[in-house]
Design a protein around this ligand. Structure first.
Ligand code: ADP
Ligand code: MG
Length: 291
């Protein structure tokens, strides 16, 4: 590797806010065949907004304070969106006791003596809650690209919360640019399959891997590598750090968490998905100059 080519490549990247941490990262970028992108916070803005509540067994005025009480205790972005929505509407505050966070699934607490579980269908299964009519409602929300959060009260399905997380404006253009560069694009997410498929289709993603538990993201990267691919993983969350480390090239979104930024080989300061193809092309240009 000629030092001049590496300096030029590093400088080219830096000019566009694409920070390569070392020379190896530039060379690895040149050989990437597959880009795996986290959904929430990477392809989307990561700022979900509540679009509405759907009630099944409880009236909305009873349901919402219970959901809000649980989610006010959680740090998950979906929880923050639900808590903010409740605060803006002046939903009464109820104390949540025995709160527990279930990673990749949701949260559970006791509110007003009721056991309230808020999360995805995996959590409902773990709680022994039958979805019934909620399964159809969940599919309908997912078909609209909404993330659906299920709510059970004392083991009975009580309602759903619909949330929307808007794709970053350049997400679809980034996928197109990667395709133009001959690179395969995969979405990796903990969100439900219906929602992920819908957003994946909208953005032109080749393969969607959904309902992945936080601890399993790195194993999914290893599986793709086992198929002979040279994988770049793009992520923003604490959840993504092991996958960023496992990938041949870890790329962190600048607006992401410190752990992701520390673990990655490349940092995108502008948090713009279009800087992913830029990073790969800068790598290719550098390697060409070295030969
Ligand atoms: P992602 O990979 O999309 O960032 P996570 O692994 O953090 O997702 O969460 C996966 C899924 O678990 C979410 O899409 C949601 O369905 C559910 N979930 C996790 N925590 C919560 C919570 N506090 N409230 C509601 N749902 C939750
Ligand atoms: Mg994320």
């Amino acid at each position: 590797a000629t030092p001049t080519a590496i300096m030029v490549g590093t400088g080219l990247g830096a000019g566009r806010g694409v920070l390569f941490k070392n020379a190896t990262a530039l060379e690895t970028a040149a050989g990437v065949t597959t880009v795996v992108m986290d959904k929430t916070g990477t392809l989307t803005k990561g700022e979900p907004e509540v679009t509405g509540f759907e009630t099944l067994s409880l009236p909305e005025e009873d349901l919402v304070p219970l959901v809000a009480a649980v989610e006010r205790e959680s740090e998950h972005p979906l929880a923050a969106a639900i808590a903010r929505h409740a605060d803006v509407r002046g939903v009464p505050r109820r104390p949540a006791e025995a709160f527990s966070n279930v990673p990749g699934q949701g949260a559970v607490a006791t509110v007003d003596g009721y056991r309230v579980a808020v999360g995805n269908s995996r959590l409902m299964r773990a709680e022994g809650v039958a979805l019934g009519e909620a399964a159809r409602r969940l599919d309908a929300l997912a078909a609209d690209g909404r993330t659906a959060v299920l709510v059970a009260v004392d083991g009975r399905i009580a309602g759903l919360v619909g949330l929307a997380d808007t794709p970053r404006p350049s997400a679809a253009a980034a996928v197109t640019a990667l395709h133009d560069a001959g690179v395969e694009v995969v979405m990796l997410t903990g969100d439900n399959a219906g929602t992920a498929q819908r957003i994946g289709r909208e953005l032109g993603i080749d393969t969607v891997i959904a309902e992945v538990l936080p601890g399993d993201k790195a194993a999914e990267i290893a599986r793709l590598q086992g198929g002979g691919r040279r994988v770049a993983m793009v992520g923003d969350g604490v959840n993504d750090a092991p996958a960023l480390a496992q990938a041949d090239l870890g790329i962190a979104i600048g607006a992401g968490t410190d752990v992701a930024i520390e673990t990655a080989d490349v940092v995108l300061m502008r948090s713009d998905p279009l800087d992913v193809p830029t990073a790969l092309l800068v790598g290719r240009a550098t390697v060409r100059k070295m030969r």
